[in-house]
Design a protein around this ligand. Structure first.
Ligand code: UDX
Length: 446
């Protein structure tokens, strides 16, 4: 059996040639996932260092399963990376755009990368014969694909959408830390298309995924992504708000949400209260759709509250610590966990960034430990102490905050915390094992 056959999942569809513009965690997970499904993938990026790494089979980001998946795909000749967009377009039938859409200073999404990608793909298409489908995978506010991507493609290619090329919007629902798994086993595949020819082509790429496919208009697909993330973020802020009341009443909000989540209409997911959501999606996406609504003269009372509650959790945690520690000036605070979630080295919008800032403002000395994210945090807080292990972090600390629910923190016991000056331990994420650690409290639990 050839290596390429060995790496292909059974029952996969006919091979397609796919190019992917942008190799962040979405682009790369999509590329490795499609390669695993038997397609041939060319990843395009402007960062030469990233390209070299990918071609050596080394992922430029930390994502479980990615190292093996990428190595296998590269070795099988199913995935390569290049800076040469033109050749990538020539050698593929379908192009996915997965460039970032960061938050601008007004909360709205910055669409400059997506515009540039569309412009470049348009020019590359000018020299190509035959039908080509362009698929927007980046999260873009409703209207962007048709109002920005489409005209750029038409202008660059000199062709009309529909005949010369097809256009689709296919949102991603990948969680960092589980991106590859989410890609290979999606709950649903949403394909917004300008016409059935383009939509059918993209559906063909996804045949063999075994997930329900929802075909929609392009704008609807764009909105599905925002509505999904906004509702998930709402569930979290709702749990946090209820959790704050529970805290005052001496109730554990996790016991409450267990009972709530048993209602089949609600599901138990995303009801975990704590120091709030972070990451590259929820804060940015909720702000972007609220900004779009404002532009349309619509008020988003719920979405605004979701963001307010989220910010408030960070202050609440520091307020609780300050009260219990009787002031923070001159105290050593051990922070365990910096990443916005476990199994990730990402600190974008992580609660830890603001919380460490507030601790420093109050005169505390911070020592921090995270199994993956210390390097990333150094650009936000270069002056704090970074420790190689929890023990160094906890040594002579006056208090400890737990901000990421890394599974290794479940193994911590009283013996580890004995090294502290004062055993004041507050969880922002519920992770410690009460059998092993006798005395601690949580932000929303006793
Ligand atoms: C999210 C969406 O889940 C994914 O579908 C989308 O495409 C990208 O954004 P991600 O940001 O990777 O994925 O992480 P996710 O697991 O959703 O968690 C986001 C944040 O919410 C984390 O900070 C997490 O700790 C927090 N969270 C999550 C809670 O505070 N409580 C919960 O119950 C769930």
């Amino acid at each position: 059996m050839k290596a390429s056959e060995a790496s292909r999942s059974p029952g996969t569809p006919a091979e397609k040639k796919i190019s992917i513009v942008g190799t962040g965690y979405v682009g790369l997970s999509t590329g490795v996932g499609f390669a695993r499904k038997g397609h041939t993938v060319i990843c395009v990026d402007i960062d030469e260092k990233k390209i070299e790494k990918i071609n050596r089979g080394e992922p430029p980001i930390y994502e479980p399963g990615m190292a093996d998946g990428l190595k296998e795909a590269v070795a099988a000749g199913r995935l390569s990376a290049t800076a040469d967009l033109k050749t990538a377009i020539m050698d593929s039938d379908v192009t996915f755009i997965s460039v970032p859409t960061p938050q601008s200073e007004y909360g709205s999404a910055d669409l400059s990368y997506i515009r540039k990608a569309a412009e470049d793909i348009g020019s590359a298409l000018r020299g190509k014969d035959g039908y080509h489908v362009v698929v927007v995978k980046s999260t873009v506010v409703p209207g962007t694909t048709e109002d920005i991507v489409l005209p750029e493609l038409e202008k660059g290619s000199g062709r009309k959408a529909g005949d010369g090329f097809g256009l689709c919007m296919n949102p991603e629902f990948l969680r960092e830390g589980r991106a590859l798994e989410d890609f290979l086993k999606p709950d649903r595949i949403v394909i917004g298309s300008m016409d059935s020819r383009a939509g059918d082509a993209v559906e063909g790429v996804y045949s063999g995924f075994g997930a329900p496919v929802l075909r929609t208009a392009i704008k609807t697909a764009e909105m599905i992504k925002y509505a999904s993330n906004a509702l998930l973020a709402t569930k979290i802020s709702f749990s946090n708000e209820i959790g704050n009341v529970c805290k005052e009443l001496g109730i554990d909000v996790y016991d409450v949400m267990k009972g709530v989540g048993m209602d089949a209409r609600l599901s138990p997911s995303f009801l975990q209260a704590g120091s709030g959501f972070g990451g590259s999606c929820f804060p940015k996406d909720v702000a972007a759709i609220a900004a779009k609504a404002r532009e349309l003269g619509q008020e988003t009372k719920i979405l605004n509250a979701v963001l307010d509650v989220n910010k408030g959790q960070r202050q609440k945690l520091v307020g609780l610590l300050e009260k219990r520690a009787d002031g923070l000036a001159g105290k050593k605070i051990a922070v365990l966990g910096l990443a916005f979630k476990p199994d990730s080295d990402d600190v974008r919008e992580a609660p830890s960034i603001d919380i460490i800032g507030m601790l420093a403002e109050r005169g505390a000395r911070v020592s921090a430990y995270d199994p993956q994210a210390m390097h990333a945090m150094k650009s936000f807080h270069p002056g704090i102490e970074y420790c190689d292990k929890p023990a160094d972090c906890l040594k002579a600390a006056d208090a400890c905050l737990i901000l990421t629910d890394w599974s290794e923190f479940k193994e911590l016991s009283d013996k580890d915390f004995d090294a502290m000056n004062t055993k004041l331990i507050i969880e922002g994420r519920k992770v410690l094992n009460p059998e092993s650690v006798k005395c601690f409290e949580g932000i929303c639990w006793p």
